[in-house]
Design a binder for this molecule. Structure first.
Ligand code: ATP
Length: 579
């Protein structure tokens, strides 16, 4: 397929503000892509060159981008950087500065090959090689294509298309309607590879997609938890008379894949973090008594001398590229496994939680550094409360209650009532914090001149693939946080309202941000609001808003689509009324 066809579709996607139109445009495009390129087209649409978990991550960095554009344009990198500061986007810079008309007809596969080569270049001389490869590609491209090649290379596609929109488009292109998204979504949840889903759908049809199952060394999208307003609600909601109440750890979620001696560890964002946790990889290798297994669990920093858990921030000090083993020695991690997703060739996703847990206990030899999550099994609220209190005393965050019903399957990627968390109350009225996405900001005045006065925060609505605003937040920031705000948000800054962001014109901010940065926010109450668009009711012209929002911390490990959903905000609002 010609890259020109793709670039002109990207241009049309950028010009539309309607999600349905986006789906229609994408569906038309996808229907015409040959089988060997459809996976690539899907990655490109999402601004990637491979599945999110793969090592083939581009994001070449500003310096390389500037050097490559300079080489192709016959100018110097400083002029390119100056233009980038003015235009805010290397795509626009490349279009403006490179004068050559570009003649070589580029193919989608060809562009992908070169970008993959750039991503894979390493070792001595690789920096120059990246610059040369990209410069040659840019020189060969037409001005319109340069915009998207530069953005892909910089890891900043900015089309505003999310995973779910793309799945809707695939369903519309090959299954007749976006209502057919669920089987595609399921295949995506177990494989975390939208390109593979698209390719399989194109070549083998729905049957092929339905056969996509768990694969070693490919991450499964994690199952998430629901929340309730009162502890007594847990048993009403969870759908089984008996529940397991597990310790809730405040560490980093890790999915461990063991394949003989080969171990891969994935983070909650599905990136390969094996190199960050050599100690956990070793414990999994030694203590999981199975040829092949996939475990879900949490890495925590545990102090064996005092018998207490150390804070999340301590563990995050291990997020580094260099001196990994040294720091691992200073801050040893313990792996608390809470699920078994695969064992010796068989997927366990559709086995009940009690069965998965029993097998987990059989295969995992426990010691100080690896063990199944501690838990109790109970059928009454007092039991839950007592265990919860003992967890808090031991410095844990709270508990996660899990259904023991026959259908308590592992629902990859889903946030349903079979897992319910209960944490120490943060605020009266609301039993939990919200994780919201920053989509805008107002300029700071007076003491805040030079930074932002407040940021506009949104919840995610996965049904419509939209970010809907919930509050403007200006408090809770330390002076350091405040001064750092412009830097933190710089890469997300865009010059107009992003397509997937729904904002009431009355709340239109001074600056816009592509939905990227997630913050944890504490509030007092959810109320109806004529301004905020979360759960917007067009007839009553009202949405839901969070009152007295305060900044708690950045949630860099979360992607925007993992933010609190609009449905969760609505559920919190309803429960608050009941209480
Ligand atoms: P929170 O902000 O409450 O930590 P979150 O927003 O990161 O949660 P949730 O789905 O709301 O994500 O909470 C579940 C998280 O809790 C999981 O992603 C996992 O990392 C962590 N966790 C800790 N202990 C457990 C456990 N025993 N079972 C399941 N998840 C657990």
């Amino acid at each position: 397929m010609k890259f020109a066809t793709l670039a002109s579709c990207f241009e049309r996607l950028e010009a539309t503000s309607s999600r349905n139109e986006m789906i229609a445009l994408l569906a038309r495009l996808l229907a015409g892509v040959p089988p060997d390129e459809i996976g690539i087209v899907c990655y490109f649409v999402l601004g990637e060159i491979g599945p999110g978990y793969s090592e083939v991550n581009l994001g070449i960095g500003d310096r390389t981008a500037a050097a490559a554009i300079a080489l192709a344009a016959g100018t110097d990198p400083a002029s390119v950087e100056a233009a980038a500061r003015e235009l805010g986007d290397y795509g626009d810079v490349a279009t403006r500065l490179i004068a050559a008309p570009g003649e070589e007809p580029l193919s989608v596969a060809g562009v992908h090959r070169t970008l993959s080569e750039i991503a894979g270049a390493s070792g001595p001389g690789s920096a120059d090689r990246k610059v040369n490869l990209l410069a040659r590609l840019l020189a060969a491209a037409t001005p319109r294509q340069r915009r998207y090649i530069s953005r892909l290379a910089a890891g900043e596609m900015r089309l505003g298309v999310g995973d779910m929109t793309l799945l809707d488009a695939l369903a519309e292109a090959f299954l007749g309607s976006k209502a057919q998204r669920p089987p595609l979504e399921h295949a995506y949840n177990v494989s975390s590879d939208i390109g593979r889903v698209a390719r399989t759908l194109r070549v083998e049809g729905l049957f092929g997609v339905q056969a996509i199952t768990v694969t070693l060394h490919k991450p499964i999208r994690p199952m998430l938890t629901q929340r309730v307003a009162r502890i007594s609600e847990i048993l009403e909601r969870i759908g089984s008379p008996v529940v397991a109440v597990e310790e809730k750890y405040d560490g980093e979620r890790i999915q461990a894949h063991k394949d003989g001696d080969d171990v891969t560890l994935f983070s909650r964002r599905l990136t390969d973090v094996t190199h960050q946790y050599p100690d956990i990889a070793r414990h999994v290798r030694q203590s999981v008594r199975a040829d092949a297994a996939i475990l879900d669990g949490e890495a925590v920093a545990f102090d064996h001398e005092t018998g207490t858990y150390r804070p999340f921030q301590t563990l995050m000090r291990r997020r580094r590229k260099h001196r990994v083993s040294e720091v691992a020695g200073e801050i040893p991690a313990t792996y608390r496994a809470f699920d078994l997703l695969y064992l010796n060739g068989e997927s366990y996703l559709y086995r009940s939680y009690p069965e998965r847990r029993a097998r987990l206990e059989e295969v995992l030899a426990r010691d100080n550094y690896i063990s199944p999550a501690d838990r109790i099994v109970t059928s009454d609220t007092d039991g839950i409360t007592a265990f919860y209190l003992s967890c808090i005393e031991r410095g844990l965050e709270g508990v996660v209650c899990k259904s023991c019903a026959d259908d308590s399957f592992y629902r990859a990627g889903a946030r349903e009532w079979q897992w319910i968390k209960w944490k120490s109350d943060y605020a009266p009225g609301i039993s939990d914090t919200l994780d919201l996405v920053i989509v805008g900001a107002n300029a700071g005045r007076g003491k805040r001149a030079g930074t932002y006065g407040s940021v506009l925060c949104a919840a995610y609505n996965p049904e419509e693939d939209l970010f809907q605003t919930v509050c403007g937040m200006g408090t809770g920031f330390s002076d350091v946080d405040l001064a750092d705000l412009p830097r933190r948000l710089a890469a997300a800054k865009v010059d107009r309202q992003p397509v997937r962001v729904m904002v009431n014109p009355q709340a239109g901010p001074d600056f816009w941000f592509a939905p990227r940065r997630v913050v944890e926010v504490l509030g007092i109450e959810i109320t109806e609001s004529p301004i905020h668009t979360c759960n917007w009711d067009p007839e009553r012209r009202r949405g839901l808003a969070l009152r007295f929002p305060r900044f708690v911390r950045w949630r860099d490990e979360k992607s925007p689509e993992q933010a609190t959903t609009a449905a969760e905000v609505a559920a919190m609002f309803r429960r608050q009324r009941e209480v």
